[in-house]
Write a protein that binds this ligand. Sequence first.
Ligand code: FE2
Length: 212
Amino acid sequence: MSIKKLDFAKPFFEDVEFVENEAEYFVEPKSIVINLAHKTHGIIDAEGLPLEPLKAAVLQGVVLKGVERALVFRNYDRYDVTNPETAALVEKTWKSLYEWSGNERQKGIPYHKTEKIRLTEDTSVTVCYAAPMSPSGPHKEHAKDIDEVHVQLQGMGKVQLFRENDPAAFYREFILAPGNAHDRIYGENGEYPWHQYHSVTASVYVPVEIER
Ligand SMILES: [Fe+2]
């Protein structure tokens, strides 16, 4: 049983908690709760409604029961990244993808992110910012063999699927608004179609990475 405060997404998300094995947990301020009990298929009870693993919800003043693993962004809307002044501050404060990776391919992509933190033996998260209407770049492979899900915190975005590495080969997208997590896009053996995140407005989301 534990509730751990996390400061990796400061200063824009300064009230983040990782909750493990709590029979009851009270979500007091308006929060986005991500159920990370994917290994055990543990469903959280939110006042009689289920919060499934790898799904999220916007909640306030709600008692959760049976929390095995959950990441909670309390007061997730204290700052508003769709406000251009806030967006400019995020861009100044969090390093760009290129600054993190040194990968030439990512130079000029208007994405910024926090450090990646490991929550459990197999699960890591970052918080990522994207400027409006910006594609992240289609890919099929990841640095590691991971199951990947994106959870929206602020603004609007989408995850798009392509039959091949070509924007014209688009065949499906998942629209993301705050509190949404898209359905799984990987197959049973961890294989992915070509896919990318694409912001609509200025956007902040959480890529959840689960090692296989
Ligand atoms: Fe990906």
